[in-house]
Design a protein around this ligand. Structure first.
Ligand SMILES: C[S@@+](CC[C@H](N)C(=O)[O-])C[C@H]1O[C@@H](n2cnc3c(N)ncnc32)[C@H](O)[C@@H]1O
Length: 262
């Protein structure tokens, strides 16, 4: 069962995505995408809209930024964030069927979204359709195998992380992203890892927020009792605190010679 992006889930995402760890992740993502003045950019699964606001600044008054997300709660937070930005439009909808005409965008970006999407070939065909020939797509996702958390009870930790991974359709999507984008007709130009490293348990870090989110999600699932989860949290926080995870980005181009697909 996936995470619920309702009002409470949206507030949790908004808080964690405001931490310096994710602010830096967005800066690295933007540097790789390199949005230019005047471009039309689609953010698939735009969530709380942090990236939309930064994209609007980058494309300037002559550009256009389109957010798309199936969660009404996310869209309401994103709309409030982008209220003063009249080049931003936010539409309710999903990655499986993009409600936009062919060749409508110069670039498509999507961060931490495709790991929730069951039909990746269909979703990437949609990205291909809405990009102009020569346009680019940047996809960022986590491979949850890349998590390093210092614990004494590794077996309990393994059970907790397995229960957490069940909230995603594909918790290991990054290893196949390059191939899948190539199969969808794109030419992969760059792949990059962005590491998040928290060598201490400090409140405004990605791992402090994620520890709470994981504990809340796994409690009562996969035979994990409230006591098991409390013991896991205590284990993570005891002794030498250490957390790291990798995000993986793929930047790919639609060939300039591509003919329109309907
Ligand atoms: C972890 S949040 C990431 C939000 C945003 N991309 C960011 O990085 O700040 C995942 C987002 O994906 C959205 N989402 C889930 N399933 C989706 C789908 N099938 N199509 C598009 N977005 C989806 C959720 O509503 C949520 O806003």
């Amino acid at each position: 069962m996936t995470l619920s992006f309702d009002d409470e889930g949206t507030r949790a995402i908004e808080r964690v995505y405001a931490t310096p760890d994710i602010v830096r992740q967005r800066a690295e993502t933007l540097a790789l995408l390199a949005p230019a003045a005047g471009e039309r950019i689609l953010d698939v699964g735009s969530g709380p809209g942090f990236l939309l606001a930064q994209l609007a600044e980058a494309v300037g008054p002559g550009g256009r930024v389109q957010g798309l997300d199936p969660s009404a709660a996310m869209n309401s937070v994103a709309s409030a964030r982008c209220l003063a930005l009249d080049t931003v439009t936010i539409t309710e909808g999903g990655a499986e069927s993009l409600p936009f005409p062919a060749e409508a965008f110069d670039a498509v970006v999507s961060t931490q979204v495709y790991e929730y999407v069951p039909d990746i070939p269909g979703a990437f065909a949609e990205v291909f359709r809405v990009l102009r020939p020569g346009g680019r797509v940047l996809v960022l996702d986590t491979d949850w195998d890349s998590v390093v958390w210092a614990v004494a009870d590794r077996e309990r930790h393994r059970r907790v992380m397995a229960a957490w991974e069940a909230h995603l359709v594909d918790p290991h999507l990054p290893v196949t992203l390059g191939r899948r984008l190539t199969e969808a007709g794109f030419t992969v130009a760059a792949q990059q890892a962005i590491a998040i490293l928290n060598p201490a348990h400090e409140p405004e870090t990605y791992s402090a927020h994620t520890l709470r989110t994981i504990a809340g999600y796994v409690r009562g699932r996969a035979d994990l009792s409230a006591e098991d989860v409390a013991a896991w949290e205590a284990d993570v926080r005891a002794g030498d605190y250490f957390f790291s995870v990798n995000r993986y980005c793929v930047l790919a181009y639609k060939p300039a010679s591509a003919s329109p697909r309907s």
